[in-house]
Design a protein around this ligand. Structure first.
Ligand code: MRU
Length: 364
């Protein structure tokens, strides 16, 4: 995607060929800062502190984290330790496990002196593959948006509601929920995006608005509770979100609040689509509510807000009484029955075991 007029990915290899560079997403939209990762601990911190976030980008960073770890210790013990450290960073996005299993499988079959080069090469491949996958799912999703627009008689604007950030900042490039939006916009379809602010960390307000703005896509920021009202008044044509883990039966686990949007969409006959790359499917589970581990984060993210003060300083303010306890569940599960379709790199699947199996027969 374009940042300040320049094609940019969210993660890349530095000029020395070994450091890894990322966009520090904790500083957006107020500051655009590139951070450098040199060690396993740097990669661990980047994922844990959410300098990088979004399921596919977490996977890509973990892959490079393994490569950074191999620079310091390419022994079997070093490999095990790197896997363990990175695996513990965030529990919900299954792309993390997918990337780590991939790297571990490859590296453990090689002698230690070949592991570093192989890890860097594989991490780069995973990044390139993510770009290809997201671009392709974007094409399929563009078809979904175009059909809805055509079926409605090509209105002046087609309104898409999205939650959190499932744009290019959540992947290596293109995004999942937003890839179809970029492709539709670039094809001349007049998309307008309702962006849920997405409390508590406000990834919609800070990240989705920023990246849509960089690409020139018309959008409007709304608070999290507005979607139902907009749907009742015919102001949403389609909801598209991402997912951190999709079960083999088509349940989707995404940023907290996604489920409520799906319920409102169901009640108002608004199609609810989810964009996902194949590596976000967890083929080992079916029942999302029961089996997906839900991350619980620091309650301070609920009781405090970070923003830009009128005199240009980034500040943190407290919004609740000092002694009130808070809970911070970061994800929820939307059952497959509420999902109109799963937009993947292989096409649009029905959200069901049969639908996914038809697109990914190799997992049967
Ligand atoms: O906590 P985050 O910011 O990592 O959550 C991100 C999301 O919920 C995205 O919707 C999800 O990772 C799908 S991404 C392309």
């Amino acid at each position: 995607m374009i940042v300040n007029g320049k094609p940019t990915r969210t993660i890349w290899l530095g000029d020395n060929g070994e450091s890894v560079e990322i966009i520090d997403q904790t500083r957006l939209p107020h500051e655009y800062i590139v951070a450098r990762l040199d060690t396993l601990a740097d990669a661990e911190r980047a994922i844990f502190d959410m300098q990088v976030r979004g399921a596919p980008l977490i996977g890509a960073t973990a892959a490079y984290g393994m490569a950074l770890a191999m620079r310091d210790d390419a022994s079997d013990a070093g490999l095990e330790n790197a896997y363990k450290v990175l695996y513990a960073t965030r529990p919900t996005a299954v792309n993390l496990r997918w990337a780590l299993d991939d790297l571990k499988g490859l590296l453990s079959s090689l002698p230690p002196d070949q592991r570093q080069a192989a890890a860097y090469a594989r991490a780069a491949e995973i990044c390139d593959q993510d770009v290809e996958i997201c671009s392709s799912l974007g094409e399929h999703g563009r078809g979904v948006i175009e059909k809805i627009w055509n079926d409605k008689g090509k209105p002046e604007r087609i309104n898409v509601l999205t939650h959190c950030n499932a744009g290019w900042l959540a992947t290596v490039d293109w995004g999942t929920a937003l890839a179809p939006v970029y492709k539709a916009h670039d094809a001349g379809i007049p998309v307008h995006i309702w962006v849920d602010e997405t409390r508590p960390r406000n990834q919609g307000a800070s990240l989705t608005c920023w990246e849509l703005g960089q690409h020139g896509v018309p959008h409007t920021l709304i608070v999290d509770n507005v979607g139902g009202h907009l749907m009742q008044h015919g102001m949403v044509d389609v909801v598209i979100t991402g997912t951190d883990r999709t079960t083999a039966a088509g349940d989707v686990c995404n940023k907290i609040g996604t489920y409520l949007k799906a319920l409102a969409a169901f009640d108002n006959d608004v199609p609810f689509y989810v964009g996902l790359p194949g590596p976000t499917i967890d083929w080992t589970i079916k029942d999302g509510v029961r089996d997906v581990p839900i991350e619980e984060r620091d309650p301070g993210e609920v009781t405090r807000l970070v923003g830009l003060s009128d005199d240009g300083r980034i500040e943190t303010v407290t919004i609740s009484p000092k002694d009130s306890p808070a809970a911070n569940f970061a994800f929820d599960v939307t059952p497959a029955r509420l999902v109109t379709g799963l937009i993947t790199e292989r096409g649009v699947a029905e959200a069901s075991e049969e639908g996914l199996a038809a697109l990914y027969p190799e997992h049967q």
